[in-house]
Design a protein around this ligand. Structure first.
Ligand SMILES: NC(=O)c1ccc[n+]([C@@H]2O[C@H](COP(=O)([O-])OP(=O)(O)OC[C@H]3O[C@@H](n4cnc5c(N)ncnc54)[C@H](OP(=O)(O)O)[C@@H]3O)[C@@H](O)[C@H]2O)c1
Length: 250
């Protein structure tokens, strides 16, 4: 079997940088897909390969995906208009959820090697509950519609996949522009990981646990072609048993 080479897209983001760290800790070889090579170099030094690319631009992706065995896609933009949307003028945003979470994800799926062993995607709780509060508010500018489009492209691609739907992200690095960032909301490492299927859970999710789930799932066949939610709730056990958590997805 070929040695694993994991491509982390969105590696400079909050969940992405933790996913890179977790993958390196587990001994995987990691390539990062980034729009900003200098930022990635500063973050990861020589511990990763760096591929410069933008998921909105399909021609930047073939070099990035060459020989990869797994893709962990943590890309995203803000749910509400912000500088991250890259406004050209008042009416035209170049990096909105539609462009990143829908079009960009579809481009990455299309570019992925046919023999890819896993496409892991960080989506969001609420994609199936867009009409219910608070997801109706979250989806005001279409982020959940776009995530769902991305999910569907992955699930129908024929590639083995795992889709992870976190709740509101907490724990550092605080990269989003929201209340949890202002409050520096944290689990303090005290809240247990809870997983579920069917888009029913509500709550906050530690970026650390999302990143860990992204890496742990690729070694667990139970998670192939599964979609699950993840939040933090209740007292955290001394050791989080990912195998037991993933077994609940069956
Ligand atoms: N915030 C929440 O409460 C919440 C809740 C549920 C799910 N999520 C989802 O969780 C995921 C991780 O969140 P996060 O806070 O870690 O996100 P983040 O810090 O904003 O990171 C997003 C990453 O995506 C990259 N990116 C953006 N546009 C790109 C493009 N066109 N091409 C390539 N890369 C691009 C960014 O790279 P640059 O450094 O180049 O900008 C950055 O590395 C996201 O998908 C988000 O939608 C968030």
């Amino acid at each position: 079997m070929t040695a694993a080479l994991i491509l982390v897209a969105g590696a400079t983001g909050g969940v992405g940088q933790l996913a890179v760290a977790k993958a390196l800790e587990k001994g995987f070889t990691v390539r990062v897909l980034t729009r900003q090579a200098d930022k990635a170099k500063q973050m990861f030094g020589d511990r990763v390969e760096i591929a410069v690319g933008d998921i909105r631009q399909p021609n930047t992706l073939p070099a990035a995906v060459q020989n990869v065995t797994h893709i962990i896609c943590c890309t995203g933009t803000t749910a509400f208009p912000s500088a991250k949307w890259d406004f050209q003028n008042f009416f035209s945003a170049q990096n909105s959820p539609q462009q990143v979470d829908a079009v960009g994800v579809k481009n990455l799926v299309a570019a992925a090697p046919q023999d890819l062993q896993r496409f892991v995607f960080v989506s969001s709780c609420g994609v199936l509950r867009k009409k219910q509060f608070p997801f109706s508010i979250l989806n005001a500018f279409g982020v959940l519609d776009a995530k769902q489009e991305g999910e569907e492209a992955i699930a129908t691609s024929g590639l083995p996949y795992t889709i992870i739907r976190p709740g509101r992200l907490i724990d550092s690095p605080y990269t989003s522009y929201d209340l949890n960032t202002l409050l520096k909301a944290t689990t303090d490492g005290k809240l247990a990981v809870v997983v579920g299927t069917g888009d029913t859970l509500v709550g906050d999710t530690s970026r650390i646990d999302v990143a860990t789930a992204c890496v742990e799932c690729i070694s667990d066949p139970v998670t192939v072609n599964k979609t699950f939610e993840i939040v933090n709730s209740g007292a955290r056990p001394e050791i989080t048993d990912w195998e037991a958590l993933f077994a609940q997805l069956n």
